[in-house]
Design a protein around this ligand. Sequence first.
Ligand SMILES: [Zn+2]
Length: 79
Amino acid sequence: MKITGIEPREVVINIKCDGCGESTRKEQTFEYATLSAAWGYNSKHDSECYEIQLCEICFYSVLGHIKELYRVNTLFKED
Ligand SMILES: [Zn+2]
């Protein structure tokens, strides 16, 4: 016997970019990247956790910063 009923449940209705605040909704879905960190005992930020969502534009902006950071940090290294 099936007993049915209406049960309220929590659903994601929007995902906003943590970089610009714009919605990541594209038609019936969301397009976004997630950057996460969970720092452990041996880190300076022990037990801190982060999870941010980025739209496509902000993701590639962050990616550009990371590439530039890598370039600067490895500029004078000898390999
Ligand atoms: Zn954004």
